[in-house]
Design a protein around this ligand. Structure first.
Ligand code: TMP
Length: 207
């Protein structure tokens, strides 16, 4: 595939979305064709699956069901939106991808990182990002940012304990160690301008 597949990863409140919007604007101004999307969601079927997964009422959801639903939404989003864009040479900037499943379901839900990775191979085949930017911020900092933002939706995973979010964070550190070339970490506790500049410089180095 001729495009560039970039994913943004990090705990809740790590500032991915804020940075992404500025990155997209800047890359477009530089003349690149960019598709900005997110998981779970990004297309109709995957947005419908997102509603089921993140509905605060669905407290009975089993961890494996949750992992399978994320993988199902990932599959549809990949074939319907990501792969066609990459095949026509575009830059795809995706807010979350398989690493989120590795850390949220594999680590925080205790299904095992390797088990969740193997299960996801059915959905993604051999498609992995060219670059993943990990927004490294302690969960207490991220959750405090969310608490201060009353415009943001509150979903089922936001209602988890601090221990859950701590495991998510540790999962990210572990996954980043496993994929040192693909996953590049930035200190996301810095101010928004610095975080944005560091993301842009990482992306420019891959263009
Ligand atoms: P977000 O759009 O605010 O990032 O919310 C998506 C939530 O879903 C977030 O809590 C992370 C979680 N998630 C998983 O648990 N596994 C996954 O594979 C993905 C993509 C997201």
């Amino acid at each position: 595939m001729s495009g560039l597949f970039i994913t943004l990863e990090g705990p809740e409140g790590s500032g991915k979305t804020t940075a992404a919007l500025r990155i997209v604007d800047t890359l477009k101004t530089l003349g690149y064709e960019v598709v900005y999307t997110r998981e779970p969601g990004g297309i109709e079927i995957a947005e419908q699956i997102r509603q089921v997964i993140l509905d605060p009422k669905n407290t009975a959801m089993d961890a494996k069901t949750e992992a399978l639903l994320y993988a199902a939404s990932r599959r549809q989003h990949l074939v319907e939106k990501v792969m066609p864009a990459l095949q026509t040479g575009k830059i795809v900037l995706c807010d979350r991808f398989v690493d989120s499943s590795l850390v949220y379901q594999g680590m925080a839900r205790n299904l095992g990182i390797e088990t969740v990775y193997q299960m996801n191979l059915f959905a993604i085949e051999d498609v992995m990002p060219d670059l993943t930017i990990f927004f490294d911020v302690e969960p207490t900092v991220g959750l405090a940012r969310i608490a201060a933002d009353n415009t943001r939706e509150v979903n089922r995973l936001d209602m988890e304990t601090i221990e859950f979010h701590q495991k998510v964070y540790e999962g990210y550190l572990e996954v980043a160690r496993h994929f040192p070339n693909r996953i590049q970490s930035i200190d996301a506790s810095q101010n928004q301008d610095t975080v944005f500049e560091q993301c842009l410089s990482l992306i420019k180095s891959r263009l």
